[in-house]
Design a protein around this ligand. Sequence first.
Ligand SMILES: Nc1ncnc2c1ncn2[C@@H]1O[C@H](COP(=O)(O)OP(=O)(O)O)[C@@H](O)[C@H]1O
Ligand SMILES: [Mg+2]
Length: 225
Amino acid sequence: MRSKILIRNLYKIYNEKKENEFFALKNINLNIKCGEIVIIKGISGSGKSTLLSLIGALSKPSSGDILVNEQNIAKLPDIFSSQYRNEEVGFIFQSFNLVDGLSVYDNVKAPLVLSNINQDELKKKINLALEVANIAHKSQQMVSNLSGGEKQRCAIARALVNSPSLILADEPTANLDKNNSLIFVDILKKFKQLNKTVVVATHDTIFDNLAFVDTYVNIEDGAII
Ligand SMILES: Nc1ncnc2c1ncn2[C@@H]1O[C@H](COP(=O)(O)OP(=O)(O)O)[C@@H](O)[C@H]1O
Ligand SMILES: [Mg+2]
């Protein structure tokens, strides 16, 4: 199967060449195929968020390559990095960054307002994202009136609405109770059915031993073990 993400000899050094120089990622090599679900496991401080931010082109590596769809995003000029993020990547963060004063529907619509797709297509995309994220029943509710789990599902719908082929989730269950965490696992399974490539960084054991997960990667002190 075709590689979605190919990482070669990846290093991230914070404060490079200063006295507080820190190797956050050390020689990471990883091959993630199209449509795979990958769980990156590791304790706090092991380098998970750093790795996700590099794959999402939110920051640049110190050295090494990150090929996504055969394009080296480690070497992309900033203007193309933002295009890559907008077109290719859906981010699910611990904090949801939703607009409290808007409805669920309007929050999910936000990434599309500047695109020139017609109204029917727009509605279709929003409703599909709401369905997949299991929040369609709350579409007219104000975000300020949602529970934590519902807010997260709204944020997931917003991440999905542009139909990204790659989804990056950083500690997605960190602020959820058990029941909402299990709902997230269900949504992850739906991503698999939709043939999305998904990378989840987590230390939550709820992701252990899931049959639909293709690869578990253990990271410790910035290295894969
Ligand atoms: N901007 C930064 N400057 C210096 N050190 C950083 C920076 N960001 C993260 N680190 C350090 O890199 C290590 C890995 O951090 P991170 O990738 O956030 O780990 P995780 O997500 O697994 O908790 C930690 O020791 C952290 O303190
Ligand atoms: Mg982290």
